[in-house]
Design a protein. Structure first.
Ligand SMILES: Nc1ncnc2c1ncn2[C@@H]1O[C@H](COP(=O)(O)OP(=O)(O)OP(=O)(O)O)[C@@H](O)[C@H]1O
Length: 578
């Protein structure tokens, strides 16, 4: 999956700052005032020293006044710093929410054919680990870093204004800190991108093993999957250790470098004072300013790692916007309901075509059954018809528009694929239904559940607000009904049925079939028929063999022709008669 470039991250960060520019200006302004107030204390301390040294007039009274002034400004600085942090935290919270919402919006807007091929673990890692790290950094680190930067700039300017020579001496001694940070920053971005990528790989290995647990068990792949997961864990650990190693160099180095400006100013200041070039108070004030600089610089060092890690995560979260979608999604509404497949070829691996030159036109309102031996390509054709994938050559269109180009909200108004692979969220019944039609009213939702025979809704005290998994659990038939109620709400003109009931136990299958029957009414239905009875009841039957459509016609026509379908029918008839 793509990762946003530095330029894209910069642009996204700037637009996030601009989106809340009042808050940003507020944070910087209040910070500036706090830092300015903080400069007065050391200045007055220098005056105290100079006053005592001069020793003339009311020394005690002057020192008292100066000390009171220093105390007052320290209190003012504390209050303003607290206020600046509060503004910063609020800004961070809002921006974190904006980043998360953008990620969610972009992910949900991905066409199903694109979303279906994304590595689930990586996407989950970006939406959880990466987004959380960005949110935490925006909440905690960014406000403190802003405070630290403004404070550091004020201190440096103050020491330069106080005495340019001492200021320059302090700045020269800061070069060591700059070198340490530069060395670290150069290596940190790739290191933290590697940490995030290997963590996602690890999550992907675990998620895909869990998803395919049955296959793993059936084919005895436990050892292989353990090895794959262990290799991913090893890579993640070594990437993390590499990133930690950078810190073990940065921190001791920067500790020493941070002490140097104070030492330098005291040495040079001492010499200048000895030669009567500066007053003792000025040297003390400059030394205190540079000593105070350690605070913000330490904060910056401490958060630098967090900022680097979060920067890499921010690039991964923003990278979702760069997922290639091949073709632009259609903007205009498609009104014609006719589904056509023209010379469609499809291959999963790029080596062997599992669909070859399929031509098919489905009439609005008709019931079409697709039959064929296992592996003939029925499910693959169903996926193309449902817009979950696009043919490599040829086209699958609704009213002339490629189905796979329809945005998700339009797609589900046209065609829905019903399989047993439905998902019920641990959420309220209402929220589970609103996925299909965000504007649905309570009446519409109740009517949809009623249409699929979900009478159990009346037994639930909380009704539509019942939390599934917490307040109530649904059995297989209930879960099917809930997912079919979503179909009723989406109200597509075409339904594609793939293994809708074949794997269910007989009682659940019977209930589901009844619910399904009401959903099918008045719609175009394309059913992958596992039983010839389903094919018999259809308006037309498409027969597939080894990726090709070999026969198309009514039951009677195909039986009469006596080819593939005719022979299958005869065999089945003979078996059921016998
Ligand atoms: N994800 C996949 N990756 C690679 N090959 C696949 C994938 N899914 C299906 N195939 C292959 O594509 C071919 C067509 O499979 P498909 O599932 O469409 O057939 P089907 O007619 O629906 O079979 P069945 O009735 O057994 O479900 C088969 O050879 C199958 O092995």
């Amino acid at each position: 999956m793509p990762v946003a470039s530095r330029a894209e991250v910069r642009a996204a960060a700037l637009s996030d700052l601009a989106a809340d520019r009042k808050a940003v200006v507020g944070v910087v302004l209040v910070n500036g005032l706090a830092s300015a107030a903080g400069l007065v204390g050391p200045l007055l301390l220098g005056r105290i020293i100079d006053t005592i040294q001069a020793g003339s007039g009311d020394v005690l009274g002057a020192v008292d006044r100066l000390a009171f002034g220093a105390l007052l400004f320290t209190v003012v600085q504390t209050v303003l710093s607290w206020w600046a942090l509060k503004l910063g935290y609020r800004y961070g919270e809002r921006t974190a929410a904006r980043v998360r919402e953008r990620f969610l919006r972009r992910t949900l807007a991905l066409p199903p054919r694109v979303a279906d091929h994304l590595p689930a673990g990586d996407l989950i890692a970006r939406g959880s680990n990466d987004a959380s790290l960005v949110a935490y950094t925006l909440r905690a680190a960014v406000p403190e870093v802003l405070v630290a930067i403004v404070h550091a700039v004020f201190l440096v300017v103050a020491v330069l204004v106080l005495d340019p020579l001492l200021g320059l001496c302090g700045l020269v001694c800061l070069i060591g800190v700059g070198a340490a940070v530069r060395w670290y920053l150069r290596r940190a971005r790739p290191a933290y991108l590697a940490v995030a990528a290997t963590s996602a790989e690890m999550a992907d290995a675990v998620a895909s093993t869990a998803k395919g647990a049955r296959t793993v068990e059936l084919l005895g792949l436990e050892q292989r999957r353990t090895e794959v997961t262990e290799a991913a864990v090893t890579r993640a650990r070594s990437a993390r250790l590499d990133a930690l190693w950078l810190r073990t160099v940065l921190f001791p180095w920067s500790e020493i470098a941070l002490a140097l400006p104070v030492v330098g100013v005291l040495l040079v200041g001492g010499a200048l004072y000895g030669n009567d070039v500066v007053s003792l108070g000025t040297v003390v004030t400059a030394a205190v300013y540079l000593r105070q600089l350690i605070g913000p610089l330490d904060t910056l060092m401490l958060w630098i790692e967090q900022l680097q890690g979060a920067g890499a995560s921010y690039a991964r979260v923003e990278g979702v916007g760069d997922i290639p979608q091949a073709d632009a999604q259609v903007a205009q509404r498609v009104s014609d309901e006719r589904i056509r497949v023209d010379n469609a070829h499809y291959s999963y691996t790029g080596v062997r075509d599992v669909l070859r030159g399929i031509d098919l036109s489905v009439r609005p309102g008709e019931r079409l059954a697709i039959v064929g031996t296992s592996g003939a390509g029925k499910s693959t054709l169903a996926r193309l018809l449902a817009g979950l994938d696009r043919p490599h050559t040829g086209a699958v269109t609704i009213g002339g528009t490629p189905v796979a180009d329809l945005p998700p909200d339009q797609l589900r108004e046209h065609v829905v694929l019903i399989t047993q692979d439905h998902h019920i969220f641990h959420d309220t019944i209402r929220d589970n239904l609103l996925i299909a039609k965000p504007s649905a009213t309570d009446e519409e939702m109740r009517a949809a559940l009623d249409a699929v025979g979900a009478g159990w809704l009346d037994d639930l005290a909380e009704g539509l607000d019942t939390e599934i998994g917490t307040d109530a659990t649904l059995d297989d038939a209930g879960a099917q009904q809930l997912s079919l109620a979503r179909v009723v709400l989406a109200d597509p003109h075409t339904l594609i049925l793939d293994e809708a009931t074949s794997l269910l136990d007989p009682r659940t299958a019977r209930q589901t079939e009844q619910s399904l029957a009401s959903v099918l009414q008045g719609r175009t239905v394309i059913a992958i028929a596992h039983r010839l009875q389903t094919a018999h009841d259809a308006d037309r039957i498409a027969v597939m063999e080894a990726g090709q459509l070999v026969e198309l016609g009514t039951h009677d026509e195909l039986v009469h022709a006596g080819r593939t379908y005719g022979k299958l029918w005869q065999t089945w008839h003979a078996e059921s008669d016998g």
